[in-house]
Design a protein around this ligand. Structure first.
Ligand code: SAM
Length: 364
């Protein structure tokens, strides 16, 4: 949406799918952290690009979705949940205040059990200070950094979030923004990528490789910020630009839960998913019968130039390095074994304990 465009604006195709993922994840996150066996006294949900909380068709925005996930899944007596919403457009802030009052006319939790703060400001200049004022540090934070895709999020903030206890981020990126504006962004763009200028190599790449390069660089930046576990994927609408989401966490359980949320997303949205690492950029639309071609290719890449690998390790690879689930691995290996391009080392049936390797065609 343009800077001076109307507020609110229509809910784009991939926004529905994105919201479905947020909701499914937060409905897991709040109860685990506030009511689970190792619950914390408090958590914070923060948005650096909050929006007005509503779309022109009446669909709820992410702030409403987040508060509803808490209220629906955690008893009001359990812990403290803070909410911080920053947006640089005063119209969004005003509308968000009104939308939250209308969505939750009776405060679902007391002021102490659910403090909510919102204000006009930029994510870069104001989110960290708002978290300071809320006394959020030292307890888990979920930071939703859902910009228009240019991700003006200071690397310093990402590093501080990564160093905070049980803290996670989800960042929205439109790779096309960086492909298109590479010459204008220059060094200002470097900070988005953790100060690493290699993202600018995009100018020398063929068109098909450009987006993938930007995505790889962003993934590396989140890792460099200190998030050891990542899940990144593209949401691909039938029409329009794909949107890239990168989730970073310090705990492998976070990746599992986010992946569950991704695979459960309402198919009615008509939005597909894509693994950014798949060279053929194949989109998965029908997730009930998962299309395993991209995973088969990724497994082939993984096995290339390596010693035999245990299937269990390939399951971990699928969990942490692709959009697929561990249980997809054996199915994705089958066509390779049937075609004779992968062999099982002990010759037995394919099991989690089996070792597999690529069969290299003899040189002629
Ligand atoms: C994609 S929308 C957010 C949508 C919202 N997260 C949702 O899902 O309902 C991006 C928002 O970021 C705001 N914005 C743009 N640049 C910003 C910046 N540098 N700092 C803070 N907010 C910004 C825009 O006004 C807009 O409301």
């Amino acid at each position: 949406m343009p800077v001076d465009g109307p507020v609110p604006w229509p809910c784009a195709e991939h926004t529905g799918a994105k919201h479905d993922i947020y909701r499914r994840y937060l409905e897991r996150w709040f109860p685990i952290l506030l009511a689970g066996s190792n619950a914390y006294p408090s958590v914070t949900y923060a948005e650096g690009f909050a929006g007005p909380g509503i779309y022109s068709g009446g669909e709820p925005g992410s702030p409403v979705i987040a508060i509803r996930a808490l209220v629906d899944k955690v008893p009001a007596t359990k812990g403290i949940a803070r909410f911080v919403f920053i947006d640089d457009d005063q119209r969004c802030v005003d509308m968000l205040r009104k939308t939250l009052q209308e969505a939750f006319p009776d405060r679902p939790r007391s002021e102490v059990a659910m403090p909510v703060t919102m204000g006009k400001g930029t994510c870069a200049d104001d989110l960290e200070a708002a978290l300071d004022r809320m006394d959020a540090w030292g307890q888990p934070i979920f930071a939703n950094l859902d910009s228009w895709g240019n991700a003006p999020v200071p690397f310093r903030l990402l590093k501080r979030l990564a160093a905070n206890v049980s803290t996670e981020v989800i960042v929205t990126l439109l790779p096309q923004h960086f492909v298109r504006f590479v010459s204008n962004l220059g060094e200002a763009g470097d900070d988005v990528f953790g100060g690493d200028p290699r993202w600018r190599d995009v100018v020398n790449l063929p068109p098909a490789a450009k987006s993938r390069h930007i995505l790889t660089c962003y993934r590396q930046a989140l890792q460099a910020a200190g998030f050891p576990y990542l899940l990144d994927f593209e949401l691909v609408p039938r029409n329009g630009q794909p949107l890239y989401l990168v989730f970073g966490t310090g705990h492998h359980l976070g990746v599992q839960k986010m992946k569950d949320s991704l695979w459960e997303v309402d198919r009615v949205q008509g939005v597909g998913f894509r693994d950014p690492r798949d060279e053929q950029a194949e989109t998965l639309f029908a997730m009930d019968e998962p299309l395993l071609g991209p995973l088969t290719r990724l497994l082939q890449q993984r096995l290339r130039d390596s010693e035999p690998v245990r299937v269990e390790d390939l399951r971990q690879f699928a969990l942490f390095e692709t959009v697929y689930r561990p249980e997809h691995v054996i199915k994705a290996l089958k066509p390779l074994i049937d075609a004779g391009s992968v062999k099982i080392e002990d010759g037995g049936p394919l099991r989690r304990a089996s070792f597999v390797s690529l069969v290299h065609a003899p040189l002629r």
